[in-house]
Write a protein that binds this ligand. Sequence first.
Ligand code: F0G
Length: 420
Amino acid sequence: MAYQECINCKNKYDIDEIIYFCKRCGDLLEIKYDYRKIITELNKSNWENAPLSVWRYRDFMPVKDFAKIVSLQEGGTGLHHSRHLSKILGISQLFVKNEGENPTGSFKDRGMTVGVTKAVELGVKSVICASTGNTSASLAAYAARAGLKCIVLIPSGKIAYGKLSQAMIYGANVIQVQGNFDESLEIVLKLSEKYKNIYLLNSINPFRIEGQKSLGFEICDQLNLKTPDRIIVPVGNAGNISAIWKGIKEFRKLGFLEKLPKMTGIQAEGSAPIANAVKNGKDTIIPVDNPETVATAIRIGAPVSWKKALTAIKESNGTAETVSDEEILEAQKLLAQTEGLFVEPASASSIAGLKKLIEKGIIDKDERVVCVTTGHGLKDPDTAVKISKKPIEVKANIEAIEEVLELRKNRSLTILEERS
Ligand code: F0G
């Protein structure tokens, strides 16, 4: 039914062939389906009554044996109508799709449930990835659940502590590379070419993208199939924006959607090869040699899925923008304090990008916008503590607290006190 196809020369490969790049032209692969068959299956499966989750969309996934699914109940995250924040930013309707609500705290779980299920179907015993943190946390969890050996390469000293602790406690073989993410990815690509029994689960693997496309399905389903005008996504290695766009296009192909949203990618100023290409009207990227940003999750200079991302932005008539570290941290605080959503810095870049694009007049005030926040704030508690008001330490008695809170100066409270 499903098969793998090169995004460039359209060469086809069997669904069970372990392959990451086209043998003919070297480009990326994607999973293709017989969509008539999907419609027939959908008519039989009563899928619309299933709860919101990645596996509600099982008929759209390249999995043969549903009994082998490796799941931690991923997907089904909240689409929060953010009225306070939309008022502050001056936009009519804003929704935040909060992916930190996934089992390991990021959108990566959507891809890993499908990717690790594929690993089990293929019968491999080891899985590997390079990661700025979230991919490694997620892969380590799903590998543990599936009983697979897990190897993760992370840039030393530059990954948020929460993520590191996850990969470690799930029992992965954690290797800190004295280099950045791009160098680590290059090594795992070589390793997985050399050792065919070590299955690569970075987003170059098209099965990961299949799981992540459910993010696009869910957004549309949660809005009762009324497509938003725009979806804003933080971009690092560029798998996620590509995946969301694939999902949206599939829903459209199946006749569920009347229109398509503008895909809008946000990158940090110091790591912005894709946003720079879009801004300069180029159809290819210039990699950034030494990427830097406080948003360590998207500290990537040579995004592997850049071509898919540029296609998504172009086809959808979308755009891309860069945001500074300062703007990212300000947006992180603003989202937490107006909507009660605590997200990690990389995730807040979508909010920072929204603000900037409204100010520039590129986003219309009447647009209905969905911002994707990709990972939970607790992944990186150090940054949150650094940018927040510090706790006040006092002696352990009520008077000390009253003094700090200036309660005695507050008239209404004094009256209450007098009555009691
Ligand atoms: N937001 C967060 C929180 C991420 O962890 C990542 C990627 C992205 C956004 C960007 O998504 O790469 O699909 O464009 N993190 C990867 C990792 C690279 O290793 O955890 P992308």
